[in-house]
Design a protein around this ligand. Structure first.
Ligand SMILES: [Zn+2]
Length: 122
């Protein structure tokens, strides 16, 4: 199952994009197979890096939580691997276990494939 639940404020989505719908579909498959809940913690809301694709409705952040509320690192490892394999190659970036991404997985549709490093608050 997929839940939308912001950490600090409500999740906001301005113009739902097909590319992000595709991400949610793959996530729903993963969640159903694993019998767990993926929490979408951010879309186009909150504060992100200056040029973040969150502001273009082309990025989302998500978490899988353990019963005690802590992030399930193992399940998020599996989710990141699954998305890298299942999303069409070349345009989607799955950012996980890099600076600023140890508690949530960031997924973006970056058709420009920017060369810049992902900002800490991506
Ligand atoms: Zn993000």
């Amino acid at each position: 199952m997929i839940e939308f639940k912001g950490l600090r404020e409500n999740v906001r989505w301005v113009h739902p994009r097909d590319e992000m719908i595709l991400v949610l579909k793959r996530m729903a498959e993963f969640a159903a197979r694993a019998g767990l809940t993926i929490v979408i913690t951010s879309l186009n809301d909150h504060e992100h890096g200056d040029r973040s694709l969150h502001y273009e409705d082309l990025a989302l952040d998500c978490q899988i939580l353990k019963k005690d509320g802590a992030p399930s690192m193992g399940q998020m490892d599996r989710l990141a691997r699954f998305l890298r394999k299942e999303l069409p190659g070349g345009a989607f970036d799955v950012v996980w276990r890099t600076a600023g991404h140890h508690r949530h997985v960031h997924v973006e549709f970056d058709c420009r494939q920017r060369q810049t490093e992902h900002p800490v608050n991506a």
